[in-house]
Design a protein around this ligand. Structure first.
Ligand code: GRF
Length: 202
């Protein structure tokens, strides 16, 4: 299973995926790491791991459509079976999303459908929820929505700040994203009536 991982920043989820692939926990290879920011810290992680890296700087394109087209062209050179959004901070257009239908996944730092969008940890604290977490989902044309593959939840603790809560959620992200990719790579995921089905162990 060939993966192309898209990032915009720190790349800690990318690192978790690199580590899981190396440890033999995910039967896949990372064909390339692509960032819309040439200075993303995650690109250094990819280089250190000896992976091909590409930057497609969104600022060089006049419109989102042109950026999406350039990005798609760059991704497809690597013939991915699965495109993995790992902290990729650009909204993608309909044509791009449809092109990768059923093979584009994202991780979002909340228990979707709660708290789509930005600043999820601060919003979860403000709402006074007792549990918070992260979700891996197939990408469809709704932002931070689409058929859920796996979620992990953590408690919200007294005295939590957005940063302390984010850290607790992030360590779960690092566990569930490789797991979801493993299921995909093993051919165990399918979508039926907008819901994800997970086949038994192989
Ligand atoms: C993660 O919290 C992820 O859920 C969100 O953006 C953050 C990316 O972190 N989409 P990193 O770049 O993987 O460290």
């Amino acid at each position: 299973c060939r993966l192309v991982v898209l990032i915009s920043g720190r790349g800690s989820n990318l690192q978790a995926i690199i580590d899981a692939v190396r440890a033999g926990q995910v039967p896949a290879e990372i064909a390339a790491v692509v960032s819309n920011r040439p200075d993303a810290a995650g690109l250094s992680r990819a280089r250190e791991a000896g992976l091909p890296v590409e930057a497609v700087d969104h600022r060089a394109y006049a419109s989102r459509e042109e950026f999406d087209r350039a990005l798609q062209e760059r991704i497809d050179r690597h013939r991915p079976d699965l495109v993995v959004l790992a902290g990729f901070l650009r909204i993608l257009g309909t044509r791009f999303i449809e092109h990768y239908e059923g093979r584009l996944v994202n991780i979002h730092p909340s228990l979707l459908p709660a708290f789509p969008g930005l600043d999820t940890h601060a919003r979860a604290l403000a709402a006074g929820v007792r549990r918070h977490g992260a979700s891996v989902h197939f990408v469809t044309n709704e932002v931070d929505c689409g058929p859920l593959i796996v979620q992990a939840s953590v408690p919200v603790l007294p005295g939590d700040t957005p940063a302390s809560l984010a850290e607790r959620v992030l360590s779960e992200e690092h566990r569930i994203y490789p797991l979801a990719i493993r299921w995909f790579a093993e051919g165990r995921l399918s979508i039926k009536d907008g819901r994800v089905l997970l086949d038994g162990a192989r």
